[in-house]
Write a protein that binds this ligand. Structure first.
Ligand code: GRF
Length: 220
């Protein structure tokens, strides 16, 4: 657990916001080392905005189309994060590429969820690409955000089997269930100080059951 106060987290979204919801749900537990203080969307029509408002969380829209440059958009985003007094930033389906200038300002304090086992399948259409490649195991990753798109140091991953009848949608659904489990956990690990970014690497202490493996096809 954290010493002292809970860390203030702003969530960045562009759409539905199911990962955001998972972060909000986890933060309801009194022992959670973070609280969600604001949700920022670059899209006025993001479904997650309504959900956040229903949860009583402050929401802000910063429409990227209203800015002449990426930098101008990011300047307002940065200022807004400061107004929220954010300690940490959680990108939960936030579909904007960020400049090195912006990511360096939040280095070690900004996390992203990505629907693949990085470093495989950076970028878009990860489930489709996994199916095309015929991999038997797929998954999701939470990592620190750096200027290297989907390439920042990994914090936590979850693996799922790929099944013969899978479509990108069925696979996405299976992966998303795990996203909702690992994103809150990653945020807890960082908010509590158990995991941090140091010299470009994720360091700290964590546990994992060394006997557990996802085997696909299964052995029985
Ligand atoms: C998730 O699959 C996330 O990994 C990806 O975009 C999707 C967002 O879904 N970056 P949601 O908005 O959290 O429901």
């Amino acid at each position: 657990m954290t010493e002292g106060r809970r860390k203030r987290v702003c969530v960045l979204i562009s759409g539905r916001g199911s990962n955001m919801e998972a972060l909000i749900a986890a933060a309801r537990r009194p022992e959670c080392p973070y609280e969600i203080v604001g949700v920022i969307s670059n899209r006025p029509d993001a479904g997650g905005l309504e959900t956040a408002a229903r949860e009583g969380i402050a929401t802000t829209v910063i429409d990227h189309r209203k800015f002449d440059s990426r930098e101008a958009f990011e300047e307002v985003l940065h200022e807004t994060l400061l107004v929220f007094a954010a300690d940490l930033v959680a990108c939960a389906g936030f579909m904007r590429i960020m400049t090195a200038g912006f990511t360096s300002r939040w280095e070690g304090r900004m996390l992203n969820i990505h629907p693949s086992l990085l470093p495989l399948y950076r970028g878009l259409h990860t489930h489709q690409r996994a199916l095309e490649d015929g991999v038997r195991i797929h998954g999701c990753t939470v990592h620190f955000v750096t200027a290297d798109l989907d390439g920042g140091p990994i914090i936590i991953q979850a693996a799922v089997p790929v099944l013969p009848d899978d479509t990108p949608d069925t696979l996405a659904t299976r992966v998303l269930r795990q996203e909702h489990r690992i994103f809150p956990r990653a945020l807890e690990l960082v908010a509590s100080g158990r995991i941090r970014l140091e010299n470009g690497r994720t360091v700290g202490t964590w546990t994992a059951d060394p006997e557990i493996a996802v085997v696909s096809p299964s052995l029985d």
